[in-house]
Write a protein that binds this ligand. Structure first.
Ligand SMILES: [Zn+2]
Length: 371
């Protein structure tokens, strides 16, 4: 095995654990259930020997070459204020940065029509500038675009995007999906059809075209969690019973090639960035604490809200901005240690290499300690 792959697997295992600790809500749906994130994760992982974050990062590195287009789908309008939440857009931008800097991808982030301007304002805080709305995406840029809410318009736009852009990957992050009855629910079982751009159409198109698809979610009702629909129905209180007239429960129905479950969907993006950094030997592909702070501050200024309170204060899923920044710090420290820049693994091995000598050193300690 390639040494970087070995590192990617090691890092991926730790990353999967760190990003699935449910400090608090862990996605809207989970707020109405007992802590559910670990159960959703176990369902997605099943018996797979490879960590979810490793699978996604490996697939992206293999699929994307310099100049290839990638689509990232995000946006979740929380009632009663009905503006996008912080969970999703922030991770979309940090992952876009990582794919642009690490693989030379030309990333377009899609959000509900009408909110592309606020996402364009938020974009520079990721470290990359937004591309002009009409025109090529240059290196070190991220494009932002709106996606229609109307079903007919959404279907033709999905078709146009896949055919015109020929993306090599489509990644949905905290993007509401419909259940098997075609109804989009938030975690509380509210029918969200009137405020949700049906981006599952893009994923369906992408899958038909053989494009890599990845879904990142934290609640069970997002694109990608359709892979574990049966488990979601069992794990969540509203999995089988949404309480809305559709009667179908909130479980997502759209599958993707790969699924990422995290306690906060943004953290799922951070997980992929961290493993990509390990695979490519470039720690800077995981965004910095400074970028994290800037993004959360700017998200508050741009009006992105915490769905737990509907206030625009940089909180994400009920957790203060420092929580996400501290996680980024932990991920960087872990990554640096695993990348072994000071050769500590070798030093440790050499210290322990001669068992007999080490045993003698331990045994002679009582006589030598006072010398
Ligand atoms: Zn329903």
């Amino acid at each position: 095995m390639n040494p970087n792959d070995e590192l990617g697997l090691l890092v991926g295992e730790v990353v999967d654990q760190l990003t699935t600790v449910q400090f608090y809500m862990g996605g809207g749906a989970a707020a109405y259930s007992k802590p559910a994130v670990r159960q959703l994760y176990e369902a997605a992982r099943r018996e797979d020997p490879e960590p979810l974050s490793y699978q996604a990062a490996r697939a992206l590195v293999d699929a994307i070459s310099e100049g290839d287009n990638v689509l990232i789908l995000t946006g979740l309008l929380s009632p009663p204020v009905l503006v996008p939440e912080t969970d999703g857009p922030i991770g979309a931008l940090t992952l876009a940065r990582s794919l642009a800097l690490g693989l030379g991808a030309k990333v377009t982030v899609l959000i509900e029509d009408g909110f592309e301007h606020s996402l364009t304002r938020l974009a520079p805080s990721s470290g990359l500038t937004p591309a002009p709305s009409s025109g090529a995406i240059r290196p070190q840029q991220i494009a932002v675009a709106g996606f229609p809410l109307d079903e007919k318009a959404a279907s033709s736009e999905a078709e146009r995007l896949i055919e015109k852009m020929q993306p090599k990957a489509v990644i949905a992050i905290e993007k509401l999906d419909c259940n098997t009855n075609g109804v989009f629910h938030n975690g509380g079982g509210i029918d969200m059809g009137a405020v949700t751009a049906p981006m599952n159409r893009i994923v369906d198109r992408a899958r038909t075209a053989g494009v890599l698809t990845i879904g990142i979610g934290d609640g069970g009702n997002e694109i990608g969690l359709g892979n574990i629909e049966t488990s979601v129905r069992q794990i969540l209180a509203m999995g089988m019973n949404c309480g809305c007239p559709c009667g179908g429960g909130i479980a997502a129905s759209t599958p993707t090639d790969l699924t990422i479950v995290a306690a906060v969907a943004n953290w799922g993006a951070y997980a992929i960035e961290t493993v990509m950094a390990a695979l490519l030997g470039r720690p800077e592909l995981l965004h910095s604490e400074a970028i994290s702070r800037r993004l959360h501050d700017e998200a508050a200024r741009c009006g992105y809200i915490d769905p737990a309170s509907c206030q625009s204060d940089g909180f994400v899923d009920g957790l203060p901005p420092e929580m996400s920044t501290l996680l980024v710090k932990q991920l960087h420290i872990m990554l640096a240690a695993q990348m072994n820049p000071n050769g500590r693994r070798e030093i440790f091995r050499s210290l322990m290499a001669d068992r007999a000598t080490v045993q003698a050193q331990v045994d002679s300690w009582p006589e030598t300690r006072h010398q």
